[in-house]
Ligand binder design. Structure first.
Ligand code: NAD
Length: 326
């Protein structure tokens, strides 16, 4: 009997992972797929609508910091993948408390519950932002963690706790650190869905500072395939970078999105730079490539499909924008 618990599975990336897992993209579907999600503003059961009738699927609304709930859910669990997090850098600049509660304390409670329940395998999903900012070259997994935003600091703290549970308790847990993701079902506060939904409605979009900050964009399908590979083949206590997408300045990305939405630069307004804005992220993912990973979605095609998805699915994002504005 195989049972996987996916925390944060109603969010953008966790939802993608659950949908693909339940449609057999990663091999035989586990007997039980338990999605644990607090359903914060970023959690959305509509993200899971395509698979909720699958007989293996079960949803539980709850918090990864709830040790008693975890103890009941983790019985007989064979694998855990943790996506649950507060994820928006701008929100962490306004207030970092929830980031510590979920990303640091929540992760520690989950690790402890996994240890107590004797779960044989876990992957913790982290981010390239834990490394800080790099002007030239690319980070390997052995670079120091030098986070700059409260979001990145909370994720780096979690990574260190994961490492400690692997080293101290022998927990079979690995970490993944991915670059910026794009794709369908991303909450429309993040740059690509924010820009696309605004531009399609004829509005203007904000470009931070000089627009020359560089991000490496990877399709969410590729990220999730990387996570599945690490779950199968990753070593305990090891971190794996997941990258290999497309490096672009924010200005270049904006130009592509304007073109895809039939808009022009008159719909872009320059705004003061984000506080502590990291200049560039870049990952060396050769460690994961040695396990067989290759990104499969060409950026131009993936971006066109993503823009088309938001254009075709206003019933998914309009209620989210309305709720955020209320
Ligand atoms: P998201 O904000 O779309 O989803 C986060 C999910 O976690 C939501 O469903 C939310 O309800 C849930 N959640 C929050 N707090 C919780 C708690 N205490 N208990 C249970 N559930 C809780 O985020 P995402 O973009 O899907 O990111 C998923 C993971 O991937 C995060 O750990 C993030 O740090 C990491 N990551 C994201 C990116 C990216 O570009 N989006 C890149 C690299 C890594």
């Amino acid at each position: 009997m195989s049972k996987i618990l996916i925390s944060g599975g109603a969010g953008f990336i966790g939802g993608n992972y659950v949908r693909r897992l339940l449609t057999g993209a990663y091999g035989p579907v586990p007997d039980e797929v338990v999605v644990l999600d607090k359903l914060t503003y970023a959690g959305n059961l509509d993200n899971l609508a395509p698979v909720t009738s699958h007989p293996s699927y079960r949803f539980v609304q709850g918090d990864i910091a709830d040790s008693a709930l975890l103890a009941t859910l983790l019985t007989d669990t064979t694998q855990v993948v943790n996506f649950a997090a507060e994820t928006h850098v701008d929100r962490s600049i306004d207030s970092s408390a929830a980031f510590v509660d979920t990303n640091v304390v929540g992760t520690q409670r989950l690790l402890e519950a996994v240890r107590q329940a004797g779960v044989p395998r876990m992957v913790h999903v982290s981010t390239d932002e834990v490394y800080g900012s790099i002007d030239e070259g690319s980070w390997t997994e052995s670079w120091p963690l030098e986070p700059n935003s409260p979001y990145a600091a909370s994720k780096a703290s979690a990574d260190l706790m994961v490492r400690a549970y692997a080293r101290t308790h022998g927990l079979n847990v690995s970490i993944t650190r991915c670059s910026n993701n794009y794709g369908p079902y991303q909450y429309p506060e993040k740059v690509i869905p924010l820009f696309v939904t605004t531009l399609l409605g004829g509005g203007s979009v904000p470009l931070y500072g000089d627009g020359l900050n560089v991000r490496d964009w990877l399709h969410v399908d590729d990220h999730c395939r990387g996570i599945s590979l690490v779950l199968d083949k990753g070593q305990p206590g090891e971190a794996y970078n997941i990258g290999g997408g497309q490096e672009l300045t924010n200005r270049q990305l904006t130009g592509l999105l304007l073109e895809a939405c039939g808009a022009d630069w008159s719909q872009v307004r320059q705004v003061p730079d984000r506080k502590g804005h990291d200049r560039r992220y870049s990952l060396d993912d050769s460690k994961l490539r040695a396990l067989g990973y290759r990104p499969g979605t060409a950026f131009t095609q993936g971006l066109a499909e993503t823009v088309a998805w938001y254009r075709d699915n206003p019933s998914w994002w309009r209620p989210l924008l309305a709720a955020a504005a209320a």
